[in-house]
Design a binder for this molecule. Sequence first.
Ligand code: CUA
Length: 152
Amino acid sequence: TYEKLWLVAALVLIVGFIATITYGSVGLGISMIDDSEETLSPDEINDDERFGEPRVEQVGENEYEAYVVAQTFIFQPDPIEVPANSRVTFYVTSRDVIHGFAVVGTNTNTMVIPGEVSTLTVEFDEPDEYGIVCNEYCGDFHHTMEGQLTVV
Ligand code: CUA
């Protein structure tokens, strides 16, 4: 019947999308492992030992943690510099309004909400340069809000 055909077509499309996303991430040598959130009062950001001084820290042989703060209309630190062949967990929070944190050309993308910490773990295989953009409308200069991620 037509219904069955449509169902099969929909399934084929879904599998196609998943394959595209998987292939895309492998092809770029970048993959997302985890996505979770913790809470942090906006007032606590400056006093927080992670976000008071946004930075990248080595926490294991090939393991790094990046503490990133978004605010109108910048990301800190900028650039974010991480080594190749590493696994990096990004902790991203906002000082003011809702922003986005998206690594251009990859599926690494999260909303950044004031008072919350978005967590993403990404593996970087090869040296490369990525742009970081904000993909949530955050004010007049939203379109200029960008940063740099350098894999060295
Ligand atoms: Cu920050 Cu748009």
